[in-house]
Design a protein around this ligand. Sequence first.
Ligand SMILES: Cc1cc2nc3c(=O)[nH]c(=O)nc-3n(C[C@H](O)[C@H](O)[C@H](O)COP(=O)(O)OP(=O)(O)OC[C@H]3O[C@@H](n4cnc5c(N)ncnc54)[C@H](O)[C@@H]3O)c2cc1C
Length: 265
Amino acid sequence: MRQLHIIACVKVVPKPEEVKVNPENWTIERDGVRSEINPPDMNVLEMALALKEQHGGKVTVVAMGPPMFDSYLRLALAMGADEAYLLSDRSFAGADTLATSYALAQGIRKIGEFDLILCGEESSDGATAQVPPGIAEWLNTSQITYAEDLKIVPDSGMVKAQRELAGGYEVIQVPLPCTASVKVGANEPRFMDIERKTWANAEGPVTTWNAQDIEVDPEMIGIPGSPTIVDGVAQAEATERKREFLKGTPEEQVKALIERLRPYL
Ligand SMILES: Cc1cc2nc3c(=O)[nH]c(=O)nc-3n(C[C@H](O)[C@H](O)[C@H](O)COP(=O)(O)OP(=O)(O)OC[C@H]3O[C@@H](n4cnc5c(N)ncnc54)[C@H](O)[C@@H]3O)c2cc1C
């Protein structure tokens, strides 16, 4: 039987405190800004690696973005992923979620057979949460969003997940292949393995594919393939937090604190 193959989609995003938006075209500025793996995508990596430990198989990481994403893919390899693919081409730039999910789906198609595609619940920069359902549609897989926990049901060809709902959760079971988005904080991402880091940096299998390699329709990627236009971005006003140091013995401070909180109870 073919081994379990999990694809982990990982986006590299600017650190939240450094996000800058270009006022001309409302795209994210990446130059001179420190980046990180999108936080929910760290939970994706952990979930993929834990499932591999349980069932065997392979974890492949995929990202679409500029060449500098390469070093972050090597981080994923150092955590335990087996191989990585970077979809990188100037013609991918300016993609909305439709064009992004199309390019990622084409890359995944080219990688070959898979059972499970894991994405983060949303990115910390664009934050639309539309890419995972988009990939599911392009590849015609079943889909689960906002998974807090996910298990492969042995010998059934099914995956079972607990997914978040407002004020509760539901448990659903769907057939593989499946595309699932994972809640931030769903697990505790492992640290990278230092020996694997040396291997990942020196000879880790990161393959870069351009638009031609993944056989995309040029009209469906980047700006030509993106019907969404960001019309404007507004800066939320910063609100000053109030701070007060309570004086007295610990007992007096607790009493004073309760008095302060009472109006809100
Ligand atoms: C201010 C601003 C507003 C925007 N508003 C919109 C909008 O309203 N509509 C729209 O279509 N686009 C919008 N965009 C563009 C959007 O950021 C990009 O389309 C982006 O490529 C994908 O959307 P997302 O970041 O929201 O992904 P999400 O759907 O939030 O990401 C969910 C998961 O999908 C995976 N994923 C997403 N992108 C990648 C990638 N490049 N490589 C690997 N995995 C990935 C990751 O696992 C990620 O955790 C906006 C961009 C900006 C800067």
